[in-house]
Design a protein around this ligand. Structure first.
Ligand code: PEP
Ligand code: MN
Length: 375
């Protein structure tokens, strides 16, 4: 059960004190307080965990400070979409809004290599009106002898270059909790020229200790990749780990599943799950066409499979696209074969905009259909 308190409730006031005293006295029920900072106000939600079936919704609603009560199903308590649950799902980070209605492209280098390539990438993004990017500094590699990423050494100049070209948010994978501190330090050292969205990769989707660490900080939003060999439910539970620790600013990324049925793509493309995740949870949904498809192969009409699947995901309502580009893919240190080139960026963005427009028209059509039938 979730108790939603009146906005900006005074935590030192009488109402709040009485409410907590009442909750403390409930047998077999624990509670956890979550503050959800919005653009205008802070919402406080109290999650009741345990034997809540016996609690009466009307009684709870009558408690001091409580505006609304939501009875939740067991799974995805924080991030889930529950019956009669109309809570907004959006969050704001460094001037950018993320929600199940928003749309952003995060194009960039799978792995940071040198300042020239990073600068060329950011410059191209700025030229095409983009304010988000992807940049990998910590790379989890299958082979221990492969390039592991420049790590914290590259962070200061990557952040400075991002700031120079107006990039507000960089999606950056971390594989250890100390990387959060390293990112914080590099941002402080360079005067916070940009923002970071912490990415948890598919190999770490069920690294529960990492999830708990990342969930306990609320400075950075999180991009959680679906695990490549586990069920969707297991991956959504991993997202819930972040939220249950306190950070519900989570975007869920589909990036394909490991199965031979995926041949000839690197992974079996799972973007049909975009609307499913939006239905089950309130998280914005990201698609990663690069790690799903894994190559620049194109169909006979000349459209790369990566553009095809990107369009498919966006037409189905994706809120974010994470995609690999590189100024010189032949010399990229990681995942060169799947990187698009800078001269393909305007084409990619145009194609994505076309698909987004189609999605918005489809959504409007669905709204009219429901309105005509009075639903
Ligand atoms: C990546 O985005 O660079 C990456 C390693 O992705 P994934 O975790 O989906 O393999
Ligand atoms: Mn990669």
């Amino acid at each position: 059960m979730i108790l939603i308190l009146y906005p900006d409730i005074d935590k030192r006031g009488e109402d709040y004190r009485h409410l907590l005293e009442y909750l403390d006295a409930l047998q077999g029920i624990r509670h956890r307080v979550h503050d959800v900072a919005g653009a205008q106000q802070t919402l406080t939600e109290i999650y009741l965990i345990g034997d809540t079936a016996a609690l009466d919704v009307d009684d709870m609603q009558a408690l001091p400070g409580v505006e609304r009560v939501i009875r939740v199903s067991d799974a995805y308590r924080v991030l889930g979409r529950h019956r009669d649950d109309h809570r907004a799902s959006e969050f704001h980070y460094n001037g950018i809004t993320f929600s199940q209605d928003s749309f952003h492209v995060f194009a960039g280098l799978c792995a940071v290599d040198n300042p020239t390539n990073v600068e060329r990438m950011f410059q191209a993004l700025q030229q095409h009106g983009q304010s988000c990017a992807r940049m990998g500094a910590y790379k989890p590699r299958t082979n221990p002898y492969s390039f592991q990423g420049h790590g914290k050494e590259c962070l200061p100049w990557v952040f400075e270059l991002a700031g120079k070209y107006g990039i507000r948010v960089i999606a950056m994978e971390i594989t250890h909790d100390r990387h959060i501190r390293e990112i914080e330090e590099a941002l402080a050292q360079t005067g916070n020229p940009t923002g970071v969205m912490l990415q948890i990769g598919t190999r770490n989707t069920q690294n529960f200790e990492l999830l708990k660490h990342v969930g306990r900080q609320t400075r950075f939003p999180v991009l959680l990749k679906r695990g490549f060999g586990i069920t969707l439910e297991e991956s959504l539970n991993a997202a819930e780990y972040l939220a249950s620790e306190g950070n519900s600013q989570v975007i869920f990324a589909l990036r394909g599943m490991k199965t031979n049925m995926g041949d000839p793509h690197r992974n079996f493309v799972d973007f049909a799950h975009v609307p499913v995740v939006k239905r089950l949870t309130r998280m914005p949904v990201c698609i990663d066409p690069s790690h799903s498809v894994g190559s620049r192969a194109a169909s006979p009409e000349g459209i790369p499979d990566m553009l095809h699947v990107t369009a498919q995901g966006i037409v189905a309502g994706a809120n974010m696209v994470l995609v690999d580009f590189h100024p010189d893919p032949a010399h990229a240190l990681v995942d060169g074969p799947q990187a698009l080139t800078l001269d393909e960026l305007p084409w990619f963005l145009d194609d994505a905009a076309l698909a987004r427009e189609t999605y918005l028209q489809r959504r409007e059509r669905a709204r009219r259909h429901r309105a005509e039938r009075g639903r």
